[in-house]
Design a protein. Structure first.
Ligand code: PLZ
Length: 449
C-alpha cells in the first residue's frame, strides 16, 4: 500500500530546515524517477534524484518529505526566494485577470512597465529600450539579431568557457561540447571564439588577456566584419570565471572604437546575484546590449534584451517578437521580483552572503590543497577542485562531493569546462543558519571524499 504524502504549502511558511527522513532518493521519488525514465528522454538530465512538491525561502521539499537546503536556486533563478509571497500574490492576481493576449496583438501595461524598469536599472544613463522573450537562449538569439541588423555585419565573437544556451545559434556561441553540443551540429555560421581571461589558469593581467583576444579578433575576423562581441561578465556554466581587472573594459573600449556591439550576457549574473543589480557595474563597463532572464521573474519564464535605443530601434517593425514573449503572468512576477530586489535590501544581502561563503570556503582552501581557488562575487561563489600535485582539474572529486551533499540534503551544482567546480547560488532569502548548515555538509563531504 502506498501512502499519499500530504503536500506542504510552499513559500516562507515552510520550515527553513534541513530534514532528511528517508534515503535520498526516498521511495516516492524512486517511483517518480522510474516514471521519468520511461516518459522523458534520457537527454533531459537532473542533478538531484528527487521530485519536488514544495519550495520556499531556501528549501526544497521532496515527495518523501525530505527538506533539502537549496544552494542552487534552480540555477540562479529563485533569487528572491522560492514562492516569494509578493510574487505569488502578483501572479495570482494576474492569472485571474487574463493569461494571454499576445503583446504583438493587444499590448498591455505590465510588459511596458518591465521594459521601463529594465531601461532604468541597466548600466548607463543613455536612452534605452527593452524587448521581452521567454528564455535566456531566446534573449541571446535576439541580441545577436538586433546587433546584426544595426551594424549590417554578420560575425559574432564569443569566448572560451562561455555559455549562452542550447538553441542552434546559442549552441554555436557556447564553448563546451559535452553535454551541450556533441552530435547536435552543424552549428550556425559566423561565430568565432576568442580566449577568455582565466586568472587562475592563465596568470595573465587583464590588459594582456584583452590584447591576446583583440589580436585574434583583428587577425582572424576583422573589425569590419564583426557585428557583436558577447561575453558573460562572470562566466556561469563555464566555471564562475571572474576575468582579471581591466579585461572587460579593454574589450568594451575596443568594441566602441570599431562600431562593434558589446553584448553582456547577464542571464546568470543579473538581478542582485553578484551584489550589484548587474555584474557589469563591478567592472565599470556600460554594455551596448544586455541579456537577462533567470532571476528576473522568480521562476516564471521571462527574458529580456535591453540596450541603446538606436541599436534596439534598428530592427524594422514586426522584426522582433514571438507568441509568448513578455507573457502577462511572467511580467507580473517580474514586477514583484524587481520591487523586492530594489526595496528589500537584496543587493546588500547578496554581498553579505558572498562574504560569508568566501570566508567559509577560504577556510576550507587553507586546510585542504585540493581546493585550488575560491572565487566569485556576491552570492555567486565557487570552489575549483584540483590535484594538489599538478593543479590538474579534479572532476571526480567534484562529482563525489556534490553527490554526497545531495545525499545529505543539500542541493549543490557543479560547473566548469573541466567539470571541477562547485558553485554556490543560494536564494538571497536563505538564512545564515541554513547556509552554515549547508556549508558544514559540504565541508564534511570534502573531508570524507
Ligand atoms: N546565458 C549566461 O547561464 C543558462 C543552463 C542550464 P536559458 N544557464 C543555465 C542548462 O544546462 O541548460 C544561461 C546562462 C547564460 C544564457 C543561458 C540560457 O538561458 O533560459 O536556459 O535558455
Amino acid at each position: 500500500m502506498t501512502s499519499t504524502p500530504t503536500i506542504p504549502l510552499g513559500g516562507p511558511t515552510l520550515p527553513q530546515e534541513r530534514r532528511v527522513v528517508t534515503a535520498i532518493p526516498g521511495p516516492r521519488s524512486e517511483e517518480l524517477l522510474a516514471r521519468k525514465a520511461a516518459a522523458v528522454p534520457a537527454g533531459v538530465g537532473h542533478t538531484a534524484p528527487i521530485h519536488a512538491v514544495a519550495a520556499g525561502g531556501g528549501v526544497v521539499v521532496d515527495a518523501d518529505g525530505n527538506s533539502l537546503i537549496d544552494l542552487g536556486s534552480g540555477i540562479a533563478v529563485t533569487s528572491v526566494g522560492n514562492a516569494h509571497p509578493a510574487v505569488v500574490a502578483a501572479v495570482q492576481a494576474q492569472v485571474a485577470q487574463f493569461t494571454h493576449t499576445c503583446f504583438m496583438v493587444s499590448p498591455y501595461e505590465s510588459y511596458v512597465a518591465v521594459a521601463e524598469a529594465l531601461n532604468r536599472l541597466a548600466p548607463g544613463d543613455h536612452e534605452k529600450k527593452t524587448a521581452l522573450f521567454n528564455s535566456g537562449a531566446e534573449a541571446v538569439e535576439n541580441a545577436v539579431k538586433i546587433a546584426r541588423k544595426a551594424t549590417g555585419r554578420s560575425a559574432v565573437v564569443a569566448f572560451d568557457h562561455g555559455y549562452h544556451g542550447r538553441t542552434n545559434l546559442t549552441m554555436a556561441l557556447t564553448a563546451k561540447s559535452m553535454p551541450y553540443k556533441s552530435g547536435f551540429g552543424p552549428f550556425a555560421p559566423e561565430v568565432y571564439r576568442a580566449p577568455m581571461s582565466y586568472p587562475f589558469r592563465d596568470g595573465l593581467s587583464g590588459a594582456d588577456a584583452a590584447a591576446r583576444s583583440i589580436s585574434l579578433i583583428e587577425k582572424q575576423i576583422g573589425a569590419d566584419n564583426l557585428a557583436a562581441v558577447i561575453i558573460e561578465p562572470i562566466q556561469g556554466e563555464g566555471g564562475f570565471i571572474v576575468p582579471a581587472d581591466g579585461f572587460l573594459p579593454a574589450l568594451a573600449d575596443w568594441c566602441r572604437e570599431h562600431g562593434v556591439v558589446f553584448i553582456a550576457d547577464e542571464v546568470q549574473t543579473g538581478f542582485a546575484r553578484t551584489g550589484a543589480m548587474f555584474a557589469s557595474e563591478h567592472f565599470g563597463i556600460v554594455p551596448d546590449l544586455i541579456t537577462t532572464a533567470k532571476g528576473i521573474a522568480a521562476g516564471l519564464p521571462l527574458a529580456a534584451v535591453t540596450g541603446r535605443a538606436e541599436i534596439m530601434d534598428a530592427s524594422h517593425p514586426g522584426g522582433l517578437g514571438g507568441t509568448y514573449g513578455g507573457n502577462p503572468v511572467a511580467c507580473a512576477a517580474a514586477l514583484a521580483a524587481i520591487d523586492a530586489f530594489e526595496n528589500d535590501g537584496l543587493i546588500e544581502r547578496a554581498r553579505q552572503l558572498g562574504e560569508h561563503l568566501t570566508t567559509r570556503l577560504e577556510a576550507l582552501r587553507a586546510a585542504d590543497p585540493r581546493v585550488g581557488e575560491v572565487r566569485g562575487l556576491g552570492a555567486m561563489i565557487a570552489a575549483e577542485f584540483v590535484d594538489p600535485e599538478t593543479g590538474a582539474p579534479d572532476a571526480a572529486l567534484t562529482a563525489a562531493v556534490a553527490k554526497a551533499c545531495i545525499a545529505q540534503g543539500v542541493i549543490v551544482l557543479t560547473c566548469g569546462t573541466y567539470g571541477n567546480v562547485i558553485r554556490f547560488l543560494p536564494p538571497l532569502a536563505i538564512s545564515d543558519e541554513l547556509l552554515d548548515d549547508g556549508l558544514d555538509v559540504v565541508a564534511a563531504a570534502l573531508a570524507a571524499a
